[in-house]
Write a protein of this length. Structure first.
Length: 412
């Protein structure tokens, strides 16, 4: 039976489109099934949401031809300052402490990462996707069921359409219907926290400095954007977040300014504000027969380190490399051995990052005196140990561990 496509991707969000572009750009026939209408996405107004893109993820975006379309709208993160409440001790990361990468101007070391509006990233991905002849976007549609056999997979869409593929990738979010249908259990719990997301304009330039300010309810992150703006990820008690969101504009601005501080002068909220509950989820397996989980279908972590999208980018870079290498050797891209290699490659990284972010959130989201004293001493100690600090910076940049070719700045 002839396949309709080699790779079928359920979900056309950021992770799903990244995987599709990486594989289709390398010559694989790919179909993306998405419930959203691409035309509506292209016309979307600013919704206040942005993403942190680590330097390693930027290399992936460059390798698949997307970065040139968003480079001008990406604000570099040149420094990160981590502070614990009103403590005088803090941790300061500066990209200049890492030196420069080969091929870069030594006067301009690589930034730690970038902040990009989600709508701009999504538009760039759709434009790139539509330019690839091997990529089909089927939307607005959803996958209703999937069956797998030793020779291939069949996905049945909600409208009755049936598509045959060698491999199906589930990029359908944290509630992934395909993960559940495959019987893959997940470890998950809900934090007693919610994230309030907003954008502010401030009187003074931010200088490319990101701030992570730990408060008793959770971290308050200030992330530099273009045009003297910053993206706010404000962790608050879950019961309080809806009341804060419902405040009149002036009262909300006052609450936000009280937590923001005055280091950038007057701050003014702009655009919509939103909130979402915080939780942790780790799939017990990342694969099933003819099925691979990527992004939030496989793992959800606390936003405390800004690594949510980046861990998904590493998923797609690893899976795309395995798929393309297998195809070039004339092998079955959906075989069990390939999927086992993908799971071994990605599962440990995901579990480690989940443990680290969960631990940091629990450590810093309290105001117990002895615990606070110990963590402040820890911040101060790391700040005064340059070799250890450089290791942490390279972790934040996604430049450690077994990196896929794309994340090393190489082509597929």
């Amino acid at each position: 039976m002839r396949d309709d496509v080699e790779l079928l991707i359920a979900g056309g969000g950021l992770t799903g489109l990244l995987l599709a572009i990486a594989c289709a750009g390398a010559g694989l026939s790919v179909a993306v099934i998405d419930r959203e209408d691409p035309a509506a996405m292209m016309e979307a107004e600013f919704d206040g949401r942005s993403s942190a893109i680590a330097y390693g993820s930027r290399l992936v975006l460059d390798g698949i031809g997307v970065w040139p379309d968003i480079a001008a709208e990406a604000e570099p993160i040149r420094e990160i300052r981590v502070a614990d409440g009103d403590s005088p001790w803090f941790l300061h990361y500066d990209h200049r402490e890492l030196g420069h990468d080969p091929g870069r101007d030594p006067r301009d070391p690589a930034p730690l990462g970038y902040i990009v509006e989600n709508r701009l990233l999504r538009r760039a991905l759709y434009r790139r996707a539509r330019a690839l002849p091997m990529l089909r976007l089927l939307a607005p549609r959803t996958v209703a069921a999937m069956t797998a056999s030793p020779t291939g997979a069949v996905a049945t869409l909600a409208d009755g359409t049936r598509l045959r593929a060698r491999l199906v990738a589930a990029a359908d979010g944290k509630g992934s219907p395909l993960r559940r249908a495959a019987g893959i259990r997940a470890i998950e719990w809900r934090y007693r926290q919610a994230a309030i997301v907003a954008t502010v304009r401030h009187a003074r330039p931010h200088g490319g400095i990101a701030v992570e300010h730990f408060l008793p309810a959770g971290p308050f992150a200030i992330l530099p954007m273009t045009g003297d703006r910053s993206s706010i990820v404000w962790t608050e008690e879950a019961a309080l977040a809806p009341r804060l969101l419902a405040l009149p504009e002036a009262e909300f601005a006052a609450e936000l300014a009280a937590r923001f501080g005055g280091f950038l002068g007057t701050v003014e909220p702009i655009g919509p504000r939103s909130s979402y509950p915080l939780g942790l989820m780790q799939a017990e397996r990342f694969v099933a027969r003819r099925l691979a989980l990527v992004g939030e279908a496989a793992h959800v972590i606390h936003p405390i380190a800004g690594q949510g999208l980046n861990i998904g980018v590493r998923d797609i870079a690893a899976l795309a490399e395995l798929i393309i290498d297998a195809r070039r050797r004339g092998l079955d891209i959906g075989e069990d051995a390939l999927l086992d290699r993908y799971q071994r490659w990605r599962r440990s990284d995901a579990f480690l990052l989940a443990a680290v972010t969960d631990g940091l959130n629990r450590l810093f989201s309290n105001d117990i005196g002895p615990v606070r004293a110990l963590r402040d001493l820890g911040l101060a100690a790391v700040d005064r140990l340059p070799p250890l600090k450089r290791v942490f910076m390279r972790h934040a940049m996604g430049l450690v561990g077994e990196r896929p070719r794309l994340a090393r700045g190489e082509k597929l």
